[in-house]
Design a protein around this ligand. Sequence first.
Ligand code: NAD
Length: 494
Amino acid sequence: MNRISHWIDGKVVESTSGRSGIVYNPATGEPQSTVDFASDAEVDCAVASARTAFGTWRSTNLSRRAEVMFHMRELVDANRKEIATLLSGEHGKVLSDALGEVARGLENIEFACGIPAMMKGGYSEQVAAGVDVYNIRQPLGVVAGITPFNFPAMVPMWMFANALVTGNTFVLKPSEKDPSAALFIAELLKQSGLPDGCFNVVMGDRTSVDRILAHPDVAAVSFVGSTPIARYVYETGTRNGKRVQALGGAKNHMLVLPDADLDQAADAAVSAAYGSAGERCMAVSVVLAMDTIADDLVAKIKDRIPNIKVGPASEPDNEMGPLITGEHRDKVVGYLAGAAGEGATVVVDGREGVPTEGFFVRPSLLDNVKPGMRCYDEEIFGPVLSVTRVSTYAEGLDLINRNEFGNGTAIFTRDGGVARRFQFEVNVGMVGINVPIPVPVAYYSFGGWKASLFGDQHMYGPEGVNFYTRSKVVTSRWPDPTTSRVDLGFPQNR
Ligand code: NAD
């Protein structure tokens, strides 16, 4: 079986920990690789490599660091298909979806190419006689990224592009479920001219995460994953004195008002609920349908479901692949099995007609779902769309605002006034107006509110640059005999 190992100091390093995991082919259900799990000593080795590389890398001039990202941009662009094929092979997402992931990741590398403009500080001349003040942004040192299974290429790109270009060195701990893209990215960064040690990958599970969180030489941690682990990473990392941004889970609601174009809303709900088999933190998982249009909307969504082509990524026509593991498939199926007993109406049951091999669940639709039901209260992270009926805009808004998560939301309406009111009133970090998956472009920043984000800074874009740098303010005076004298008073400007 193929063996997937660490990348430390510019080369593949096999683990001697004696611990490993299995990477499945989700389309067949068969194991295809083993992945090494790092020991504490192996994490230490990766951090030491990054620490050594930091001295030279942070002193490398800004244009040269940007130039490495320009090269990386070209290499990722040239290798879109190879990366996407790796993603499909381990994650299971269909090729068109995997290509979309690479494209959105690439945007972040492109943003990082413009770093010289983002690293400019401010300057105030003559704040006192002969005294100037300016601020500069400096890197933090060794920073770590811990990433989820659902975007094995894009989420690391959210992190390392800005982290590296601002002068930090990086240790990535990718998901153990689909780790190969991380190694491919490491190879491309090396080819881009990034010095050895600036980017390291440790494969592993909780043990390696815990070592990263405890390591005194790791200055900051970016995490993306489920809410319980995000909370744990944030609390542990900050307790250990690290800067942490930890993005968690989601339950994204799409509110459909009676004046919406219902065909457009149904297309959007189906695309956003079942794309990537619902394994997206920005997937729509609840449609809030106003009573007056709910029957029509449910019928339109139901009509579209049989047309979705479900199957392995190896067949180019397929639009939706399997779930990541058998365990996750069983969890998703459990929500479907329990829904009717809790009072929901199972309109389309995705347990029916699934391929005999692989971790497939077909698109599923539940109606009359209410708070208090497991399928409403918990993040399912699979191709299960719930419809909750509401009688007013205010009732819909209240449900969204009371939800523990606040990652993404959308409103579908033709009324600009209501849409604006929604954007003003809703307690969610990313809002779509007739856009079901409002993932911000790379020159904004990505992040939810409430239990979808722990920390102060959102990821990538300007907030990403802030996260990976710290500001230093310099107050300077150059010798000038005309203003020099002894003065024991507190420095004053006036
Ligand atoms: P996960 O929380 O299980 O794993 C994320 C990372 O944490 C992995 O690298 C994993 O190895 C590590 N990990 C797992 N258990 C751990 C533990 N007990 N202690 C320390 N580390 C641990 O998440 P996942 O299943 O890989 O990804 C799906 C989740 O990620 C969903 O909840 C989804 O909503 C969320 N997600 C959020 C965003 C966002 O931007 N908010 C984006 C993508 C995914």
